[in-house]
Design a protein around this ligand. Structure first.
Ligand SMILES: Nc1ncnc2c1ncn2[C@@H]1O[C@H](COP(=O)(O)OP(=O)(O)O)[C@@H](O)[C@H]1O
Ligand SMILES: [Mg+2]
Length: 241
């Protein structure tokens, strides 16, 4: 069976000349969860935007065996659900329910089925009570959850989450963590939150200046790149209170 995500020698330069990706090779096999760490500006968001064809670089990308090219984009976007770093770019309908139903409608599902899926997804993320609200009235954490509902309503095989814990308070972060732990999909998780990654991902890759410079078990990658504010807490096991 083809890998879910397969990337070979991906390079990308923004029109202003910024070299954002400088030869990335990456594979995501079956139903695994992979964390993506790396400093701000290292190319993480640029990379995930390539996976659904929102940016086009040089190199090769296949999703479930399909090259990311125009004729496959519709299929690919039904299989890969992406929750953007900025939820505001994702929510644009007059109500939360319509936002969550937008993806399934776009897939060509009848309205009743699209709304049924949207309601179920809103329940999954704990936002069913806000179905009739305007998305722009929600808090940042709630917007993130609605954006996730819109993605889940598509019933994708792969979930990509770009810095999903940003703006979440501790209970919101915990709720998101247990929600994600209960979802069967393969996940690709861009995050600075090592603890969150440890709880979800089997392995991690580390980006630097548009390249993958390390990969392996989450704790090992984080330690090697000193990717935590409080290393002792995660790695020596010593709790100093
Ligand atoms: N639209 C854009 N135009 C020009 N440069 C960009 C644009 N978006 C991002 N960049 C640059 O590309 C690099 C990678 O950015 P990004 O992928 O957003 O990094 P990350 O998600 O790791 O923080 C950075 O140097 C950033 O400034
Ligand atoms: Mg980013």
């Amino acid at each position: 069976m083809a890998a879910l995500i397969e990337v070979h020698n991906l390079r990308f330069r923004y029109p202003d000349g910024t070299e954002a990706l400088r030869g990335v090779d990456f594979r995501l096999e079956g139903r695994e969860t992979v964390a993506l760490f790396g400093p701000n500006g290292s190319g993480k968001t640029t990379f995930v935007l390539h996976l659904v064809g929102l940016l086009r670089g040089e190199g090769e990308i296949r999703i479930c065996g399909l090259p990311v090219e125009k004729e496959h984009l519709k299929t690919i976007r039904s299989r890969v659900g992406i929750v953007f770093q900025d939820a505001d770019v994702q929510l644009f309908m007059p109500s939360v329910l319509e936002d969550a139903a937008f993806g399934p409608l776009n897939l060509g599902l009848p309205e009743a089925e699209a709304k049924r899926r949207a309601r179920r997804a809103l329940e999954q993320v704990g936002m069913a009570g806000a179905a009739e609200k305007a998305p722009y009235h929600l808090s940042a954490g709630e917007k993130r959850r609605v954006a996730l509902a819109g993605v889940l309503a598509m019933e994708p095989e792969i979930l990509i989450l770009d810095e999903p814990t940003t703006f979440l308070d501790p209970p919101g972060r915990e709720a998101l963590l247990s929600l994600l732990q209960g979802l069967p999909q393969a996940k690709f998780l861009v995050t600075h939150d090592v603890e969150f990654a440890l709880a979800l991902a089997g392995r991690a890759v580390f980006f630097e200046e548009g390249r993958i410079v390390g990969e392996g078990p989450v704790a090992e990658v984080a330690r090697k790149h000193q990717w935590t504010v409080n290393q002792r807490r995660f790695f020596s096991g010593a709790q100093t209170g």
